[in-house]
Design a protein around this ligand. Sequence first.
Ligand SMILES: Cc1cc2nc3c(=O)[nH]c(=O)nc-3n(C[C@H](O)[C@H](O)[C@H](O)COP(=O)(O)OP(=O)(O)OC[C@H]3O[C@@H](n4cnc5c(N)ncnc54)[C@H](O)[C@@H]3O)c2cc1C
Length: 472
Amino acid sequence: MSRHFVIIGNGAAGFRAAKALRRADSAARISIFTQERYPFYLRRQLGDFLTGNLTLTELIFQSRNTYRRERIDLFLMTRITAVDPAAHEVVFASGERVRYDRLLVATGTDAVPLDIPGAALDGVVRFDTLRGAIAVRRALDQVRRAAVLGAGLVGLKLAESLASRGVGVTQLISGDRYWPEMLDEAASQSVEAMMEDAGIALRRNADARAIIGTGGSCIGVETADGKLLGAELVATGSRRRPATDALKGSGIDLRRGVCVDSSLRTSDPDVFAAGDVAEPTDAPGFADASTEPDGNRTPFCWQRAWAQGGQAAAGMLDQATPTQPGAVRMRTNVFGREITVIGAGHLPEGEGREAVQLQGPPDTYRRLVFERGRLVGATILGTGESVPELDRLVAEGAAREEVETAIEPAEAAPGDAARTPQTFARHCPICAAELVIRCGAPAGSQIRCRACSTSLVIQWDGESLWLEVSRP
Ligand SMILES: Cc1cc2nc3c(=O)[nH]c(=O)nc-3n(C[C@H](O)[C@H](O)[C@H](O)COP(=O)(O)OP(=O)(O)OC[C@H]3O[C@@H](n4cnc5c(N)ncnc54)[C@H](O)[C@@H]3O)c2cc1C
């Protein structure tokens, strides 16, 4: 009899797992349950949707036909409320149950709820779903001023997109610098400078005490020191925590996230977890991040979720492919610059820790953090070439001598606008798989992403290299 693979969540990890399961097992029944109303979409590119750089069709990337063709049963707007491992069943809000042979929990993260007066007013938005992004896009005509509460990837992308749409954006920062849970001091300063260059006003040491409204709609924010700030749109949702609600009471081991071993198996042998919800209990790069009380420290990474979807599928099929213990915690592109944080790359010096800044061309920044002579983290701005290598070295806890020989100083690229003068590593703008663009590749030529098969065009202007989705 064919097996039934059930997946909770249709994000990067869940969708990738479903496709991998189908490729490996043509007879299996595969069901995805998601509380969202849209099929799989590129969550990390919601900002591009808001600015109009990506249409809804481009964002949704694979239509419902893909699921039909692949014989994957997709259940939209279906929330799983509990898992019963003894009975091998998932439970819906209605109490109905569905049996699984193997289960994948790929539920990502939830926003930490905003607990201040006015949080339910119209105009207070969370920019973490397509539904939310559509609502923000619709509201834009009425929005002249916006306030972004709390630092993090979601707010950063929203602030960037709103500013590029001509909205006056104020970013409230709790402490005296941007996102210290993720960025070291110099990286914070760089991000702050990018925000200010884009016209975003920064209010440091400013927490929101209440959101002020009239007629049910928000008109501003009151800060803890009693100041008022006009805003027709207030964005929250940057602070996140793994979405583990469905597993509470199931007996499956939970810490901040769902505990998994190196094959992404949970404490129940037939239940797997992948993506932002999964907490590897044996990966050194994540150990520090996952035990922190702050929701922002949870690893939060599209590339990792996509990779783990494939690895979880292998585990569910009993294929022995141990997880690559990558330690990237954040990788993004904002204001035209790439930012990556690996492992404990944000931590300051002290307590046996030493930070070393590597030489490189202007506008790039590479800081390595060593603890007792072992590499525990890195922060990289403006260049992505050394990311895969540093990720591996952090995950392995490499010794300093090994790191020095493995990592060459980043070379400045001479200005040849026709061909790439060196080998570059970039990630696919669709699935974030790592792609290598060989030295001498002609600008304007096409490559195909080996992970998601998207056709991409190499854009090289003599100084920087980026990939764009090829449009017919
Ligand atoms: C605006 C924005 C910008 C981002 N930018 C970047 C970036 O530049 N780089 C980067 O690396 N990452 C970025 N991210 C983060 C990235 O999108 C996530 O790391 C990635 O989507 C995680 O994939 P996942 O499959 O683990 O979870 P998700 O993509 O969050 O998918 C989980 C799905 O499970 C569903 N779900 C949850 N609980 C249940 C339940 N009980 N029943 C049914 N369904 C459920 C959720 O609704 C969701 O659809 C960004 C995120 C946002 C919101």
